[in-house]
Write a protein that binds this ligand. Structure first.
Ligand SMILES: Nc1nc2c(c(=O)[nH]1)N[C@H]1C(S)=C(S)[C@@H](COP(=O)(O)O)O[C@H]1N2
Ligand SMILES: [Mo]
Length: 299
């Protein structure tokens, strides 16, 4: 279950080469020797005991309310979303505020593959091979001051391309937050790709957060701004339903959502439900961040 072992981390380039090799081989003699069943097996990469969620599912079952609240309609509605050029500003309580183009970030930080489980608050989950780099590396660039305690992330607000923004139920733009020590944990990444391809708009192109020990809604998409602040930011979800969505949102099978249990989950592509595990299985690496905190009060 240790999907984050260094062995599971492959530079994006190598992975691409391996894939194009498999493709070429598949066109030739090898293909003749493979039965359909074997081909199916070969096409399913494993992450430890688990199977990666198919690309088709990752890219066609999405939560991205700026486009639609209907998970299967997001991909189509987001098809023509403009994702380049794109800049992310990092401001607030930092010594060296800066604006970075995503192209430069990719060049500088060389996204690598990280296979993470994503556990949505709605009790479904996926296993996704992200391409990304640690958020801590970007933070090093801007040098947070000793006053900085939290990060506030903001998604682009572009009504002309995002039909869901007409939904007045939510307080746009989409905002999320992390505590600075959470953001510095090596598991927290900024992702720019999936399956060694650039992110598609529906998955948060060109750059989105991934925090694998928290519910999926913390993984804010299409980020344009990161601000270092003193006080805990209010996320879009906290503002919309404070009894249902807290700031921490750590995956916790013992704390139910007011409207449903969080004890189990449906892995997309599987039939039997799985038991949900604390911190989505990443407790070894993150539980210490919450030592001494009441995780029922801080949900
Ligand atoms: N800007 C923005 N980011 C967002 C969302 C959203 O609606 N808008 N949905 C969140 C939720 S609830 C989940 S589960 C994940 C889904 O990511 P995926 O569609 O790439 O699987 O994105 C999160 N990030
Ligand atoms: Mo979610």
């Amino acid at each position: 279950m240790k999907t984050t072992h260094p062995d599971a981390v492959t530079p994006q380039k190598l992975y691409q080469n391996r894939r194009s090799f498999l493709k070429t081989a598949g066109n030739g003699l090898l293909a003749a020797a493979l039965t359909p069943a074997l081909l199916l097996k070969a096409g399913r990469r494993m992450a430890g005991e688990e199977t990666l969620t198919p690309y088709e599912d990752i890219t066609h079952y999405n939560n991205y309310y700026e486009f639609s609240t209907d998970k299967v309609r997001v991909a189509k509605l987001a098809r023509n979303f403009t994702t380049a050029p794109w800049e992310v500003s990092v401001t607030g309580l930092v010594d060296k505020p800066a604006t970075f183009s995503v192209a430069d970030l990719v060049e500088k930080f060389r996204p690598e593959e990280r296979i993470y489980r994503l556990r949505c608050v709605e009790a479904w989950s996926m296993v996704i091979p992200w391409a990304g780099f640690p958020l801590s590396r970007l933070l090093q660039e801007v040098a947070p001051t000793s006053e900085a305690r939290y990060l506030k992330f903001v998604t682009v607000h572009r009504p002309s391309e995002m039909p869901g923004l007409s939904n007045k139920w939510y307080d746009w733009p989409y905002v999320e937050g992390l505590r600075l020590d959470e953001a510095m944990n090596d598991l927290a990444i900024l992702a720019t790709g999936i399956y060694a391809k650039d992110l598609l708009p529906q998955n948060g192109a060109p750059v989105r957060l991934v925090v694998p020990w928290k519910y999926g809604f913390k993984s804010i998409k299409s980020i344009v701004s990161i601000e270092l602040v003193k006080r805990q930011p209010t996320s879009l979800w906290m503002a919309a339903a404070p009894r249902e969505y807290g700031f921490y949102a750590n995956v916790n099978p013992d704390v139910s959502h007011p409207r449903w249990s969080q004890a189990s989950e449906r892995r997309i592509g599987e039939f039997r439900r799985r038991r949900t595990v604390p911190f989505n299985g990443y407790g070894d690496q993150v539980a210490s961040l919450y030592e001494g905190m009441d995780l029922r009060a801080n949900f």
